[in-house]
Every structure is written in C-alpha cells, then in structure tokens.
Design a protein around this ligand. Structure first.
Ligand SMILES: Cc1cc2nc3c(=O)[nH]c(=O)nc-3n(C[C@H](O)[C@H](O)[C@H](O)COP(=O)(O)OP(=O)(O)OC[C@H]3O[C@@H](n4cnc5c(N)ncnc54)[C@H](O)[C@@H]3O)c2cc1C
Length: 458
C-alpha cells in the first residue's frame, strides 16, 4: 500500500514474489505482462501450493481449486499470456442442488431460486419483496448470515448464507464477514439498495455479446496448470527456496533464503501466518493468529453402475441437515479427466468452521460416512472401488467479521515499507479469479506510485 505522502519511487525493474502457489504464479505473470521482471521463490519443491492434484488408479482428485470461472477480466489474460488452455464444462454443469429437508433439490439460477421447492411459500414471498425492503446496512461490518437474512428474510437468508459459506470457505456464516467474503454480492446493495435490483442493473450494464462465465478445468489437473505457469516463468521460478527474512535497504529490498536477492519490490504471496515468520517484525502481531479452517476432501470413484450420480455440478448442504458433508461435487460429470472411461468420481468436503469435530474421524470412518451420505443423497446405494482422503491441514483462510478493517490496518502498517505488498487467498478473495484480480491490484500499487521517468523495462 502506498501513501500519497510517500516520495515517488522509481518504477521497479524487478520484483521478488514470495510463494509459488496460484497467487504468486499469477502475480509474477501479471508483472511480466507489464514489462517488469518478477522472480517467484517457493519453499517447497513443487509449485501450486495447496492445489496439489492427486492421481491414483486413473482417477484425478483436486484437494483444492478444481475449476475456474472463465472468461474473467483479470484471470483470462494471465492464462492466455502463459499459453494455458482449459476445457469448458458441459452445459449440464449448470445443474446444481441443495441438500435440504433430507433430499437433493435442484436450484435454479437466482432469482429463480425464489421459486424453488427448497423454500416455503412464506419465504418465497419474502424473497420476492427484497427490492422493497429498507434495512440499512450497519455502520460496521456484518456477518454473512446477518446480511443475507436482512436482505432475503430469515428462511432464504439462512439457506443462502449457509450454502455460500460452506461452498466457498467451509466456513461459518455467523462469524464470516459478508463484505470481505462476498464483496460482489454486498456491492449489489451498495449500488442499488437491493440485491435483485442490483443484479438486474449489472445484467443490463453488461455489454451485449459478453459471454457468460462458465466453469473450466484442466484434464491434467491444477498441479499441471501450476507447473505450466512455473515453466512459463523459466529461470524466474525458483523452487525449494524458503524465504527466512526480508528487509528494506534504501530504496531496495533484500530477500534472504537459499541465497540473498536484492530487488526493487517484494510481493508476499503466502498466507498471513506463514508471512509473519519472515516479514518485518513489527508486522508480526498483525499477521499472526488469523483464523483458518481445516477440511478433509474425500474422493469416491467407481464404475458408473456402482456410482450412478446424475449429470450436474453436485450439491451443497443447507443448515441443520442430517448429513455432515458440506457439499459433494460430481467431479467426473463436469470436469474432463477425473475418472477412467465408464467410471465416475465424487469429491465430498468435510469439516471447516462449520463442523470441525468431523475431522477427528479416521480416514476409514470418513470414507464410510461419505459413502453412506452419497447413497442417501442420490437415493441409491453406491459401491466405490476408488477411495481417497486428503486433509488440508494448512487450513482455508476465514474472513471473520472485521476482516475489512484488518485489511485497512495492514495497508496502514505497510506505509513505512514502500515496495512491499501482500496478496493471496488469506487477504482479498479466496477463489483463483480473485487472486488474479488482486495480482492486478498489487501490480497497480507497485507501479502507479512510481516515477514514470524511468519507464518500463522491455
Ligand atoms: C477444498 C478447496 C476447494 C477449492 N476450490 C476452488 C475452486 O474450485 N476454484 C477456485 O478458484 N479456488 C478454489 N479453491 C481456492 C484455491 O485453491 C486457493 O485460492 C489457491 O490455491 C490459494 O493459492 P495461494 O497462492 O494464495 O496460497 P497457497 O496455495 O497456500 O500458496 C502459498 C505458497 O507459499 C509457499 N510459502 C510459504 N512460506 C514460504 C516461505 N517462507 N518462502 C517461500 N515460499 C513460502 C507455500 O509453500 C505455498 O506454495 C479451493 C480451495 C480448497 C481448500
């Protein structure tokens, strides 16, 4: 973050990006697109961070990012620049369900969700009245549950808030900041005083012919995409290079790790807790102790006759249901290469802030639970022959109420450190498209407050 009071700096010729997860990789490519040499240093021997595809017995399981919504104004140009091509999911991927009242119910795109059988007539009526509801947002931040109930009424609001919190953060909608976690949604109220009116306004404002963003994935997995990004960076990607400290040195920065690098600017693309270990010590208290939520990813695969899932994206679980899976994604039905020919694969997600105690179960018990719950959801006993449990112990960053204020504090704390920025899923958005948007923000911050006299490096 740069303050208007700071002296103008030279446009950086080179930056070091710490962390070779998707955030760091996308940020480095974005800098390259702007003519600035960016070197990624990554602690582990593999790029991709949490997105480490598992390949076993012809099945491909993604324990983190599995799909991107494309086209996207920030992500598409980066992928294009790096020559990465992804495969669009079939139209049936738009079919998705909520597990509600003990069964799967298909959800229609909003606002048609208001007509869905998952809601009572009373709730439908209240939801349709949303444009006329005058409930001013609180001065401070508010929870996702509070926001959704305020706008949509208690029944629809509780359902939507739980589904969104479970589906994206494995989080708890009562503690999650609506604005930090779902800024685009909250923005609808900011823009038009109503979600429905705001949605219609945005739809009308879209230039004619703009393609609708759809799910895309790599048949070779996200680890392959990460490897492709690192290969694109060539010798500007350095694996097995853990950073131990960074410090300003005049207008430059010194990065200590496997060797010593000096550079014009440093982008920290690791989550706050990990960044606290090497960032300037006065930032430590602000970076430490940010909440994360562990999840377990359970893969179930088998012959189509043994795992007869319907074509579609899968389901997310509503509040207070009898199953513990936060959601189950019908991976083989929308993403190429997930299962051998004639076979299917489902990815179930357990745990998070919503149900941390389920993670005390052994892998075998989790597999039994997932098999039983999938059978109940689709109404047919499934007999998986491929099973896999991956535990994400680094945890999904949670954005608690007050997260926007924490980001402002972090910005303020960076004022004495021109040329230092933070990005990644611990800060301003959790999906990979948000990481690309933040890569552009960071590149703007680093370049816009610099003197144009030096110019860009070819
Ligand atoms: C279950 C699940 C499902 C998901 N599904 C989707 C999805 O479908 N679509 C989507 O867009 N997103 C999805 N996501 C989110 C997506 O996976 C993340 O946003 C993204 O992978 C995070 O990338 P990152 O680079 O910010 O962090 P990380 O992946 O954590 O990368 C940080 C990197 O920094 C490195 N590092 C740490 N300390 C140091 C150090 N001292 N020196 C050098 N390197 C260091 C680490 O080794 C790591 O490689 C999902 C996430 C989960 C958990």
């Amino acid at each position: 973050m740069t303050s208007p009071d700071q002296p103008e700096r030279r446009v950086p010729r080179e930056v070091v990006v710490i962390g070779g997860g998707f955030s760091g990789l996308l940020t480095a490519v974005e800098f390259g697109r702007r003519g600035i040499r960016a070197t990624v240093v990554e602690a582990s021997d593999r790029p991709g961070g949490v997105a480490q595809t598992v390949r076993e017995d012809g099945y491909l399981l993604e324990p983190a990012a599995g799909t991107f919504l494309l086209p996207h104004p920030d992500l598409s140009p980066i992928l294009h620049a790096a020559g990465i091509e992804l495969v669009e999911s079939p139209p049936s991927a738009r079919r998705r369900w909520a597990f509600r009242h003990g069964a799967m119910h298909e959800l229609k795109d909003s606002p048609a969700i208001a007509l869905s059988p998952v809601l009572s007539w009373r709730a439908k009526f209240r939801t349709l009245r949303e444009p006329w509801i005058r409930t001013p947002p609180p001065e401070d931040d508010e929870s996702l549950l509070h926001f959704a109930c305020r706008r949509l009424g208690p029944e629809t609001g509780t359902l939507i808030a739980n589904i969104m919190a479970h589906g994206v953060f494995a989080g708890d909608p009562t503690t999650m900041s609506a604005r930090a976690a779902f800024g685009r949604l909250v923005g609808l109220e900011d823009e038009a005083g109503s979600l429905i009116r705001g949605g219609i306004r945005r739809m009308k404002a879209r230039p004619k012919g703009t393609p609708r963003a759809t799910a895309h994935s790599s048949p070779d997995g996200m680890a392959f995409v990460a490897r492709s990004l690192s290969k694109f960076l060539g010798d500007r990607y350095k694996g097995s290079w853990p950073v131990t400290s960074i410090r300003p040195d005049g207008e430059r920065w010194v990065v200590e790790g496997s060797e010593t690098l000096t550079t014009d600017a440093v982008i920290i693309a690791v989550e706050p807790g990990a960044a606290a270990r090497f960032a300037p010590t006065d930032l430590g208290p602000l970076l430490s102790g940010r909440p994360t939520a562990n999840v377990a990813i359970v893969g179930l695969g088998g012959r189509a006759c043994d795992l007869p899932i319907p074509p579609g994206f899968g389901f997310l679980t509503g509040p207070g249901e009898s199953i513990r899976a936060l959601g189950m994604l019908f991976e083989s039905e929308y993403a190429a290469g997930r299962a051998p020919n004639g076979c299917r694969m489902v990815k179930a997600i357990y745990g998070g802030d919503a149900d941390p105690s389920v993670l005390d179960l052994s892998d075998d018990d989790l597999l039994r639970l997932a098999t039983d719950e999938l059978s109940r959801a689709i109404g047919i006993d499934v007999r998986p022959s491929f099973t896999k449990v991956v535990r994400q112990t680094a945890g999904i960053p949670q954005y608690p109420v007050g997260h926007p204020q924490w980001l402002s504090q972090l910005d303020d704390a960076l004022v004495p450190y021109p040329g230092l920025e933070f990005t990644g899923w611990g800060y301003r958005g959790i999906g990979v498209s948000s990481l690309a948007t933040d890569a552009a923000r960071v590149a703007d911050e680093i370049t816009h407050h610099s003197s144009p006299a030096v110019g860009k490096v070819p």
